[in-house]
Design a protein. Structure first.
Length: 297
């Protein structure tokens, strides 16, 4: 007899003793009376002892059955305790949640939210993995990812967040020297801070009255990091075309100002992605809900 079968029969035996009836035990276990009787007989045969004295009116334990019943109760109690513990882990936000986020967005928008989240859920821990590469959440054992732009087809579950507004900015000093561009056509006369030297990197996309406009820009400073390009913009070296959250502080203190706002494209799509919606950990649920609430404001 397999261990699994023995454990099942032990639980059946314990229920028969507690109920003092094969019939009542069968009802409680959602089994037939015959199946209950077979379980006890199978157990007695395996142990080579009689556990119960059966009569038409009552059941009584043999001395061996009484000793064995104590162990069976402990097995059932431990199983119930384990199930209850797993239920608590499932239902109470606790444990480690690993989140993959692009570097700048994670630094400026996600990291500042963590103290509030962790105070709200004291048994929760967060590991924030800052990486601009699109990683495999399953292979890297990440619970949650934040992705920009259109999503590729995948098995991941996605939840939309409000898109990220895009803006064009420059320093007051640059605009005083080179003038303020009024339309995309004016950019040919300006220094544009681009993410690389390829045509794709230097092509900026605008929108005006439902019409798409593409402009091939040029400039003396090229860099694959907007954080670095922001320093160039602050030093009066050109126009920066970027998601607005990256320059929010500078716009507030006036070190950068917005230009050509009538030509800005649609906000950049933003999504939360995670591997599976089934058997989701309580911690992951509250993290997703928390981020949705924060970005909905």
């Amino acid at each position: 007899m397999s261990l699994l079968q023995r454990l099942s029969d032990m639980a059946t035996f314990a229920k028969v003793v507690e109920s003092r009836s094969f019939t009542q035990a069968a009802v409680a276990l959602d089994m037939s009376k015959g199946a209950v009787s077979k379980a006890i007989s199978r157990l007695e045969q395996h142990l080579n002892v009689r556990l119960l004295q059966r009569s038409t009116r009552q059941l009584s334990l043999t001395s061996e059955g009484e000793a064995f019943f104590d162990y069976c109760q402990q097995v059932v109690a431990q199983a119930d305790k384990a199930e209850h513990h797993l239920s608590e882990l499932r239902d109470e936000p606790s444990g480690l949640i690993r989140i993959s986020v692009p570097v700048t967005f994670g630094t400026l928008r996600i990291a500042p939210l963590l103290p509030q989240l962790l105070k709200q859920y004291p048994k929760l821990s967060i590991e924030l993995d800052l990486n601009d590469k699109v990683i495999d959440l399953i292979a890297d054992k990440m619970d949650l990812g934040i992705r920009f732009g259109r999503l590729a087809n995948s098995s991941l579950i996605a939840r939309s967040l409000p898109g990220l507004p895009i803006t064009m900015v420059a320093s007051p000093g640059y605009l005083a020297t080179f003038g303020t561009p009024q339309s995309p056509a004016d950019l040919c006369q300006h220094q544009c801070l681009s993410s690389g030297s390829s045509i794709a990197d230097r092509t900026w996309f605008f929108r005006y009255m439902d019409q798409s406009i593409e402009v091939l820009t040029s400039g003396r400073v090229l860099c694959n990091s907007n954080r670095a390009l922001k320093h160039a913009a602050l030093a009066d070296m050109g126009l920066l075309f970027v998601t607005r959250y990256q320059v929010e502080k500078e716009l507030q203190n006036g070190s950068l100002v917005e230009v050509m706002q009538d030509y800005m494209p649609e906000p950049l799509p933003l999504h939360l992605v995670y591997p599976n919606r089934h058997h989701m950990k309580a911690g992951l649920k509250v993290v997703i809900q928390f981020l949705q609430q924060q970005f909905a404001v």
